[in-house]
Design a protein around this ligand. Structure first.
Ligand SMILES: C[S@@+](CC[C@H](N)C(=O)[O-])C[C@H]1O[C@@H](n2cnc3c(N)ncnc32)[C@H](O)[C@@H]1O
Length: 268
């Protein structure tokens, strides 16, 4: 796998859309945070912090601690900074960086990450970088997409991208996600020298509230990298209309078959 940093267009999320639409991610993330057993004075990395809604929750549990929010997207970090303005400097700071090239050595007591690792295509290297960032004995509690995550939508999307109307835009394109299963993730954690490794997969089916919300969510949160391949807005809309029409006929309609992969480990 190449170590080259990603191109800038592949970094940038629509952070205001994410802020508006990320209710499902925030509720999964809160459950991950509820598993932490914190003293309250730890220094914690939020790896792939996005717009910082969960960074803010984490900070509440660390009255004497500190959080570093790290992300590859400038847009996401700007939103996160606005969110956490009051605590900036003293208790929270933000770093624009790639999780595959982390600028930390043995710095953190703990690492939290939610809804992020599946966007990083080299999990062996990712976990090595995270391990190096932890103090000896430091912990990691993370969750990302895994297993058969979004299989129905991905199959429909692949079929549509292979049609005569769209195939020219997708030549050489590959999915921007890596969905490991629990066994593969455990192997990667052990390979990166994590101890006390635990991994598990859980179903998290999510029903969107009608046609418009489905289309907006899928466009901005799931398939934005696919849609970047299509150079014309009318065609992008046609692509989304097709997928939305198929989802309208599902039972129940507008359901996304999300699966979450939980990863836990401790640094040697
Ligand atoms: C779906 S958002 C999750 C944000 C937040 N953790 C949450 O649960 O709402 C995924 C985030 O991971 C970040 N990300 C993806 N690949 C990354 C990488 N290689 N290095 C750092 N951040 C990355 C994206 O920029 C994005 O902000």
């Amino acid at each position: 796998m190449s170590n080259k940093p990603l191109q800038s267009s592949h970094r940038e999320w629509n952070s205001s859309a994410y802020e508006r639409l990320s209710g499902p991610q925030v509720s999964w993330g809160k459950k991950v945070l509820s598993r932490l057993r914190l003293r309250g004075d730890e220094v914690v990395l939020d790896a792939g912090c996005g717009t910082g809604r969960l960074t803010a929750e984490l900070l509440q549990a660390l009255p004497r601690g500190r959080v570093v929010g790290l992300d590859l997207s400038q847009n996401m970090l700007c939103s996160a900074q606005q969110h956490l303005q009051a605590s900036l400097g003293s208790q929270v700071s933000f770093v624009l960086a790639d999780l595959l090239h982390l600028p930390f050595d043995h710095r953190f007591d703990g690492i939290v990450s939610t809804a992020c690792f599946h966007w990083v295509l080299d999990h062996d290297r990712l976990l090595q970088e995270l391990h190096r960032s932890l103090v000896p004995g430091g912990w990691m509690e993370a969750q990302c997409g895994g297993g058969p995550n979004l299989e129905k939508l991905r199959n429909r999307c692949d079929a549509l991208a292979a049609t005569a109307r769209f195939e020219k835009f997708f030549s050489g394109f590959r999915e921007p996600w890596l969905y490991q299963d629990a066994e593969g993730a455990a192997e990667s954690l052990l390979g990166a020298k994590f101890l006390d490794v635990e991994t598990s997969l859980e179903a998290a089916p999510t029903i969107l509230d009608g046609r418009e919300q489905y289309a907006e969510f899928v466009r901005n949160i799931v398939l934005w990298r696919h849609l970047e391949q299509i150079p014309d807005e009318n065609l992008r809309r046609e692509f989304m209309d097709n997928l939305t029409a198929q989802a309208a006929h599902d039972d129940p309609p507008f359901q996304l078959d999300y699966w979450r992969l939980n990863l836990r480990g401790r640094a040697a």
